[in-house]
Write a protein that binds this ligand. Sequence first.
Ligand SMILES: Nc1nc2c(ncn2[C@@H]2O[C@H](COP(=O)(O)OP(=O)(O)OP(=O)(O)O)[C@@H](O)[C@H]2O)c(=O)[nH]1
Ligand SMILES: [Mg+2]
Length: 377
Amino acid sequence: MFDGLREKLGKFSDDVEEDVETEPEADEEEESDSSEPVDDVPAESETDDQSSTQEQSETEPDDGAEVAPSQDGSDEDAREDDRGIAERAKLFATGKTVIDEDDLQEHLDELELTLLSSDVEMSVAGEILEGVEANLVGETRRRLESTGSLAQDALREALYEVISVGQFDFEARIADDEKPVVIVFTGVNGVGKTTTIAKLARYLEDRGYSSVLANGDTYRAGANEQLGEHAEVLSVPYISHEQGGDPAAVLYDAVEYAEAHDVDVVLGDTAGRLHTSEGLMDQLSKIDRVVDPDMTLFVDEAVAGQDAVTRATEFDDAAEIDGTILTKADTDPQGGAAISIAHVTGKPILFLGTGQGYDHLKRFDPEDVVDQLTLGE
Ligand SMILES: Nc1nc2c(ncn2[C@@H]2O[C@H](COP(=O)(O)OP(=O)(O)OP(=O)(O)O)[C@@H](O)[C@H]2O)c(=O)[nH]1
Ligand SMILES: [Mg+2]
């Protein structure tokens, strides 16, 4: 998953790292002469744990901006130098490495192209670039484990910032909300809504929650049979009406069934639709009015890239969503939608579909995704 993009992102980290220079050793002598009392600790530098795995581990006081080379020249010059370094790139947590501003800009331009060509939405790409730059020049927050490569860490942090938008603890919500918890699934045709519902029923069962499947897709011929078969295989109850019936009525019946039988979760399927199909979107509003779902989840294919991002926004505008499930992540080498959707909609990605089997559903873990995108784990 995301192999294509990982390769390209790896190039960014490698290229930047190649251009990073360790500051001249000359400093060290001068510094040891001036024997600062502070020399033992990296403490007053910004962060804690992170590595100085670079070659520059010899230790010196650090925080490059203030600890200037000079001594010999005038203070003026020293400050000028400092400012130069600080502005170019007061780089990197240790303060001992610098990269030329032009070089950095060139790498950032390449990174932008990489992201855009992998279907990352434009504003999200911009946000990532800003994050990378800020993380390189300023202090990295180190929420993620350090990889020892400063450029890679900066990229990882910036990716995490956009990918983790809006995350909430799905299982805690299921556990805490009043039962039955009603979840309705929306999205365009053929993206994997019905399959995802079946997978989620299995996922919930594995965690001790019962569910009932409700077929709100009264539109497509064969929809009843399809969801009904899943219900049979999974041994979960199934509520459906005749084709052409009112989806809100199906959902209503399913909620009543759940209440009567102490079922924890109602999983409501709906027909594939475009956000522009007025009649079908009206049905969603009616479902909202009649059963007031606890969550409306937008389902789309990871492989749809930019299209998925646009559709998520359109669905959110038309019938507010609480989160997204991206299917077919197993066939997506790019990751553009996975990176962009949460930031663009402000709603989290909750699950990834990773295949056609019932067990091919993974909780979307932003840290995990960042690792996959940058480390291949
Ligand atoms: N590789 C892969 N295929 C998937 C995944 N999820 C669903 N599919 C396949 O996508 C196809 C469409 O799935 P459905 O669940 O019928 O899609 P839908 O959104 O309900 O379609 P409509 O009801 O027609 O709107 C099926 O062949 C599924 O097996 C996934 O995560 N990975
Ligand atoms: Mg379906």
